[in-house]
Design a binder for this molecule. Structure first.
Ligand SMILES: C[S@@+](CC[C@H](N)C(=O)[O-])C[C@H]1O[C@@H](n2cnc3c(N)ncnc32)[C@H](O)[C@@H]1O
Length: 238
């Protein structure tokens, strides 16, 4: 029995309010609850994208901007970060200013399912821990395809159900029992019950690849990280 809605408009509205409410504790809880592994996962996402100097990159569901910052620490590119929750956008903007990246990145509020950009505008599009939160995966993927240039790359970093059975047993105890209790002491308590439930409802890896293909992406593949606790999905617009 699900506590939360896992598709459609109700999910979108819940997710937007929830991320606005947890925004001020989001970075701290990410580092604490993942023991810092989230930083490594984002670095792997950045390495996976074949970024070239001058690329125009869209960081969808940018949150507080950690993927954008990870890219800008290594590459001279132009980034647009877009997120549905305005509080996350505010924090991302402050972070970019504090790190001196404000001339290379612009953060804005917006919906991944209705992107306010022209067709073929971006060289790369990335989304970290955000795709699972979309109300309509197919609509979002069609938008990602539309705003990419031919030859442009999509990279999705997302939490997954671990493949290793031994690891999964320990991970499940931590993810469904320990994490929601610890997080409830520091943030909105339902947010960290939504998290494991949303991962359990996220389609299996092969199905995600099929959805990429249905949106038009080619050369679709995925790579598991950390015993499959996280996966990077890649696709190219031909
Ligand atoms: C788990 S956070 C990930 C943030 C960031 N990418 C990171 O690596 O920490 C998920 C983000 O997805 C955003 N989001 C959810 N649905 C969205 C949508 N339809 N359009 C844009 N952003 C969305 C949320 O507001 C939230 O900031």
């Amino acid at each position: 029995m699900s506590e939360f809605s896992h598709s459609g408009v109700a999910k979108k509205e819940y997710v937007q309010t929830m991320f606005n409410d947890v925004a001020h504790r989001y970075d701290f809880l990410n580092r604490l609850l993942s023991c810092g592994v989230d930083v490594y996962w984002r670095k792997r996402l950045v390495q996976t994208l074949e970024i070239k100097e001058g690329d125009r990159i869209l960081d969808v569901a940018c949150g507080t901007g950690d993927v954008s910052m990870a890219i800008l620490k290594q590459h001279k590119v132009h980034i647009t970060g877009l997120d549905y929750a305005s509080k996350m956008v505010e924090l991302a903007t402050h972070k970019a200013t504090a790190l001196g990246f404000h001339n290379q990145v612009k953060f804005m509020q917006g919906d991944a399912e209705a992107l306010p950009f022209a067709d073929g505008f971006f060289d790369k599009l990335c989304i970290a821990f955000g795709f699972r939160n979309m109300g309509h995966y197919d609509v979002a993927l069609r938008e990602f395809y539309r705003v990419l240039k031919p030859g442009g790359q999509l990279a999705v970093l997302e939490l997954s159900e671990p493949g290793s059975i031994m690891f999964k047993k320990c991970y499940d105890v931590y993810f469904t029992k320990v994490l929601p209790k610890v997080a409830a002491l520091l943030s909105r308590d339902d947010a960290y019950r939504y998290l494991p439930e949303s991962v359990a409802h996220f389609p299996p890896r092969q199905q995600v690849c099929t959805m990429f293909g249905a949106a038009g992406f080619q050369s679709v593949r995925y790579e598991d990280l950390t015993f499959g606790a996280c996966s990077i999905f890649l696709g190219t617009k031909t």
